[in-house]
Design a protein around this ligand. Structure first.
Ligand code: TXA
Ligand code: MG
Length: 336
């Protein structure tokens, strides 16, 4: 199914990884920055390239769910059930790690994050590396910045610091995987993401807790509040307050861009007020959470590049289906 040129590039990438190199590759969520998970020196290079603190654990990507027990020493029934249903796919399971897993991958923790990605290029890369190969990979951005959802984003941000960038097009999900912990015999979502809460609950036939995203510990997934931040300051406002705020900022001489999901495209383009406000650029985001999530990071990058002074995002609905988008907007809006 993959084109021959791409297959050849995947072979080259696999050879680079086997020699301890670092390769950026597409997954269905975001682009990852991968190294052979069984090579601590290679894994340490990821941290240098990203500028990420060494105690932040990485997710290990496997080619198949049959490898779960090679990396986790205990797999609760709930975890197995979720792996059966959602792998390959945007779900990361946090489990007690096996003996052989290196501290470089887990940041010294006793647990490990595991997932089987569904992107055909990611799977082909894992298979090309060899039997039971695994890729330790965080998102392929600099620490604290927005995750890349195209190969160009990775080139823009990491350029020559990586050995190779595999181009698999734009990511389908666009936001990171859902991270689930089983600590203390409770199923808890540590980071909302590609798999909606309702889907987890349906499969498990139980309520699933969601960890407080204000994060009291650095060790909890993505708990640093300024994670996923665009360069341009971003505010989240209700639709009622948004336009007034935009005008007030414009009156101060600032260039403003809005991201609005409740206003139909047609209404925006027919908006007469709009043309009188040359320094306010309004854009419509999808009113569907999956579609919104798919384009959020790419939109933020585009708006950053256009050098607005302020971004105003309409607050998403406070329903479970919007958890992942709401979480990323909140983190993007944080200013120290
Ligand atoms: O969709 C994704 O998950 C992407 C693609 C590339 O797979 N990866 C990704 O990795 O978002 P990263 O490193 O940017 O974010 C992974 C998060 C981090 O916040 C990390 O703290 C958390 O997962 N994590 C990894 N292992 C963990 C563990 N053992 N316990 C708690 N959190 C863990
Ligand atoms: Mg990341």
């Amino acid at each position: 199914m993959l084109k021959p040129e791409l297959l050849a590039q995947i072979e080259t990438a696999a050879a680079i990884l086997r020699r301890g190199g670092v390769v950026a590759f597409p997954t269905e969520t975001v682009y990852g920055l991968g190294a052979d998970a069984s090579n601590p020196a290679a894994v340490r290079r990821i941290f240098n390239i990203k500028g990420r603190p060494a105690d932040h654990p990485l997710i290990v990507h496997l080619s198949d769910k049959s490898q779960l027990d090679l990396w986790a020493r205990e797999v609760p029934d709930a975890a197995r059930l979720l792996a059966e249903h959602f792998w390959p796919g945007p779900l990361t399971l946090i489990l007690p790690r096996s003996q052989h897993v290196s501290d470089a991958v887990t940041g010294g923790q006793d647990t490990i994050g595991l997932r089987v990605p569904s992107h055909p290029v990611a799977l082909a890369l894992l298979h090309a590396m060899g039997p039971a190969a695994a890729l330790a990979a965080p998102s392929a951005n600099r620490y604290g910045r927005i995750s890349p959802t195209t190969a160009q984003h990775v080139r823009d941000e990491l350029g020559d610091s990586v050995d190779m960038i595999l181009d698999g097009g734009a990511c389908d999900v666009g936001l990171e995987s859902t991270i689930v912990s089983f600590a203390g015999n409770t199923v808890t979502v540590l980071r909302p993401g590609g798999i909606p809460l309702a889907d987890l609950e349906k499969v498990l036939q139980q309520k699933v807790a969601v960890a407080d995203s204000t994060g009291s510990s650095v060790r909890v997934s993505g708990s640093k509040l300024s994670h996923y931040a665009p360069v341009t300051p971003l505010e989240i406002l209700t639709s009622a307050a948004l336009w007034q705020r935009a005008c007030a900022l414009e009156a101060q001489g600032l260039r403003v861009a809005t991201l609005e999901w409740s206003v139909p495209d047609a209404a925006l383009s027919q908006n007469k007020v709009h043309s009188e406000h040359q320094h306010i650029v309004r854009s419509t985001m999808p009113a569907d959470p999956a579609a919104y999530g798919q384009m959020l990071y790419a939109t933020l990058r585009q708006l950053d590049a256009a050098r607005f002074d302020r971004l105003l995002a309409e607050a998403p609905p406070s329903t479970a289906a919007w958890l992942a988008v709401a979480d990323r907007l909140k983190r993007a809006s944080y200013r120290v």
